[in-house]
Design a binder for this molecule. Structure first.
Ligand code: IDP
Ligand code: MG
Length: 149
C-alpha cells in the first residue's frame, strides 16, 4: 500500500470542480484516508514548493496556490503515487492525455487544477507537511475485496 498527497488547487475550488475531481479518484478505487479544506499560508506554500525556489514561475506559483482555499487529501492504494499522477495528466494541460483531469478541465500550466506527490520520498515529506498522524485514518472499506485482489 502506498500513500500520496493530493491537492485540489484554488482554480479548481473556484470553478466548482471539487466534487468532480474527488469522484475520479474515488471511482478509480483509491481509498481516501485524510481530507481538509485550508487556505495555504505563504510560508506553507514556500515549503511545499521549495524544490522550485529560484525558477521563474516560483513567485507566481506561490501567489496562485495561496490565492483561495485548497482541498488537501491523502489517498491510499497500491501504486497510489503513480496512479494519481496518471489520473491527473501531464503538468502542462496542453500535453496531458485525453481523459485525464488536466486535459479534461484545464488549458494552461499555471492553472492546472491539481497537485500529486511525484515519488515515495516526496509523498512522505508532503503528507507530514499538511497532516498530523492523528488526522490520517486507517479504516476498513467493505468494497476492498472487490477492488483489490
Ligand atoms: P507537477 O505539479 O506536475 O508535479 P511541477 O514541475 O512539480 O509539476 O511544478 C509544480 C507546479 O508549478 C505545477 O503544477 C504548476 O502549477 C507550476 N508550474 C510548473 N512549471 C510551470 C511553468 O513553466 N509556468 C507556470 N507554472 C508552472
Ligand atoms: Mg511536482
Amino acid at each position: 500500500m502506498e500513500r500520496t498527497l493530493f491537492i485540489i488547487k484554488p482554480d479548481a475550488v473556484q470553478r466548482g470542480l471539487i466534487g468532480e475531481i474527488i469522484t475520479r479518484l474515488e471511482r478509480r478505487g483509491l481509498r481516501l484516508v485524510a481530507m481538509k479544506m485550508i487556505r495555504m499560508s505563504e510560508e506553507l506554500a514556500r515549503r511545499h514548493y521549495a524544490i522550485h525556489e529560484g525558477k521563474p514561475f516560483f513567485e507566481p506559483l506561490v501567489a496562485y496556490i495561496t490565492s483561495a482555499p485548497v482541498v488537501v487529501m491523502v489517498w491510499e492504494g497500491p501504486k497510489a503515487i503513480e496512479i494519481v499522477r496518471r489520473t491527473m495528466g501531464a503538468t502542462n494541460p496542453a500535453e496531458a492525455a485525453p481523459g485525464t483531469i488536466r486535459a479534461d478541465y484545464a488549458l494552461e500550466i499555471g492553472r492546472n487544477l491539481v497537485h500529486g506527490s511525484d515519488g515515495p520520498q516526496t509523498a512522505v515529506t508532503e503528507i507530514n507537511l499538511f497532516f498530523t498522524p492523528e488526522e490520517i485514518l486507517s479504516w476498513e472499506r467493505d468494497t476492498d475485496r472487490w477492488i483489490l485482489e
